[in-house]
Structure formats: structure tokens, C-alpha cells
Ligand binder design. Sequence first.
Ligand SMILES: [Zn+2]
Ligand SMILES: [Zn+2]
Length: 226
Amino acid sequence: MKEFLILMQHHFDAVKEKIIFYISSVNLFYKHGSDDDFLGMVVTFETKDYDLDLDEREEKYKDYVRLCEKCNEKFAHVCCDNCYEKEIDEEERNRMLYGKFKECNRFNTNHNWCNECNAKRFQQDFSNWTSENEFIDKFIQETQLDKLNTENRNVLEWIPYDRLKNLEYLVKGGFSTVYKAIWLDGCIEKWSKHEKKWIRNNPDGTVALKSLDNSSNLSEDFLNEV
Ligand SMILES: [Zn+2]
Ligand SMILES: [Zn+2]
């Protein structure tokens, strides 16, 4: 069991995302009544400000209802839904949704996330960790480099045993056992340029862990199940 612990954060994240989404829609309703009935000062959201990342946009426009410079529609979210729906250029859609990643000047591919830069970052770190199983190492490395799959909070990484505490048995599956534990660090949220390290979300959060009952069973099947 000590040999193979793979983090299953997808499941817990899915639940969390739903809760966050739920809370944010309630807030919106509470603040604005309905989408047609905005309260607060209206200010023009300049099209060039789609270069700002979401934190910067929030900082600049947080106290205002945004009026789209391009189409004159009001919006309360990160970008003008009206213009976004009409936009067919994939790059421009990314710019509108996520803004620019300051370090490389490319458009983010997710909230605070540039796939290309972060894949490079993971690659540079390959020599600093190992599961001591070649197959697992390769599997994790491949997912970290996969430009399509890699996004915030969904990054698969090797968690050293000493970064977990309160390990507790949950349930036994086909050829694995599921435990829960507290993960001291929390999942990767974004790269901090200033601190030169990953900013993590939900430290000390509960995660599910799957453990192989017999290490010789380690195969693609198991990893597919993960
Ligand atoms: Zn618009
Ligand atoms: Zn980049």
C-alpha cells in the first residue's frame, strides 16, 4: 500500500466546483435581482482590457456593472456573453475568457493557466520527484505534459507520503482499496511569478486515495480506472 498512492482529486473538485458555482449564482441574484435589473454604477469595459487576467479585471471593475465597449450590452461576468457567443476565433475566445499570461504574453487557456508554460514547468521538475515505479512516473509525466488535459486543479502529481495525514480506510474495490486523507498542500491553482512557486488551493483538504492491493497488478487498467 505504501508503494502506490495516487491522488484522486477530480471527484472532490467536481463537488467543490458545483458549490462555488451555486454560491456565485446566488450572490449575483442577491446583488442584481435579475440580469436586466443591475444595481450599481455602469462603466464601459474596454475591449483592450480582455488582455487583463481575471484577477486584474476584478480589481479594475469590481464595483461596477460592465458595459461592453463593442456591443453596448451590460454584463456582470468576466466577459460580454453577447460578443463571446459571436466570436469564432479560438485565440480571441481564450483572450476574452482568461486574458493574457504575463510571463509569455500568450493568452491563457484557463483561469490563471497557460498550458504551454506550465507543461514546461512540470517538465523541469521531473528530476525532483519519483514514485520509484517507472510506469507510474511515466504516466504522471505524460498527463502533466498533455496540453489538452492539463488545467488548474486537475493536474495529476505524485504526492510524497509525508504530505498526507489522517489516513482512513473507506472502501474496498476490485483490486484496490480506497482511503481518505488530509492532503497538507492542496491542489495546484496557478503559478506565482513573484514567489516562483505553485499557489495551491484548499490546503489541508480531504482527498480520496486509491491503493493497489498487490503491486504486481499495476497496469494500464488500474491507471484507466484512476
Ligand atoms: Zn459585447
Ligand atoms: Zn505561457
